[in-house]
Design a protein around this ligand. Sequence first.
Ligand SMILES: Nc1ncnc2c1ncn2[C@@H]1O[C@H](COP(=O)(O)OP(=O)(O)OP(=O)(O)O)[C@@H](O)[C@H]1O
Length: 349
Amino acid sequence: MNQCDYLLSLSWEELCSEAPQLIDFFRGYGIDSAPGAPSPGHQIEAMGEDDFLDIGLTKGQLLRNLRDFLEKIDDMTRAGQKDVRELSLLGGHDKDGIPEDLVITLRRGEITGIVGPTGSGKSRLLADIEWLAQEDTPTGRRVLINGEPPDPELRFSIEHRIVAQLSQNMNFVMDTTVGEFLKLHAESRMIDEPRIIENIITMANELAGEPCTAETAVTALSGGQSRALMIADTAYLSTSPIVLIDEIENAGIDKRKALDLLCSREKIVLIATHDPLLALMCSQRLVIRNGAVQKIIAADRDEQDQLESLLQIDSVIQELRRRIRAGERIREGAPGILPDILGKPLHEG
Ligand SMILES: Nc1ncnc2c1ncn2[C@@H]1O[C@H](COP(=O)(O)OP(=O)(O)OP(=O)(O)O)[C@@H](O)[C@H]1O
């Protein structure tokens, strides 16, 4: 029995647990689980000429659409499982054409920072990865997946994208609510789990601090809330194993939680940043100058100690921000703020 015949032989109840996406497919043609209806297969068999006229298809076309739909589900499942274990970057040249001495392999669960002066080429490096460059971008770099050049299907496919990009622009133009937006995204991924939407909203609220609900209009989200929602959405719904982030420093979100979340989902994360905290949270950082990676610095114990001190200072800034937002005055010696931290000098390095 082929997959299509098998699914048509299932009862509505069995279908609900084995292939819930098909329930909506059948409903789209008015074939629904009415009381006493044994299975969609039986209902299709019982349909007369007039019924097919009503839905504007012949029985053959309906079954063909069903097969196409099943193929699409298979495709998406395969894309989600596409096993990207490693991402390698091979050097091209800097802005003056001088060769870039770079061979690096990034693995899942690793966060790599990209640092360097304004205009040095951080976003360009992210774009090279997004395009899975093959000496065909201004830098001449090559990107390998699991040690090999990616096949063209992977490079140019819209559905099978293995790279998710979180850009600096997070403006929504859609007139919809957070819940509907996430539902649409989940449906487009053929994921039918209402809990996932709840989890994404809960996580976005943990990251942003200012809560939104499923009923909040996406156009009413602040910059920080939108960024937090996109990060949580990427972590839970995106099948892309590689995540690129261009600057989250000004978004007012909990950066460490955001990185921990992406890391826990076993993604390969690259983040271009000017923020010392974010840079130090990475497992390693690429230092870019004049369009080329000049140095790779791995995180070490000393820097992790510095990070702990910086995080304390950051928590003071966050607390100041919270109090100022709440309309409070800031007084010297206010509990929990200045004296605790200013007495602790940073280690010199
Ligand atoms: N190796 C290279 N060869 C030629 N052009 C390059 C190279 N690297 C970067 N560029 C170009 O230099 C310009 C600045 O690069 P980019 O925008 O990536 O800088 P950035 O570090 O992200 O800057 P910012 O910190 O301001 O966001 C872009 O036009 C980019 O295409």
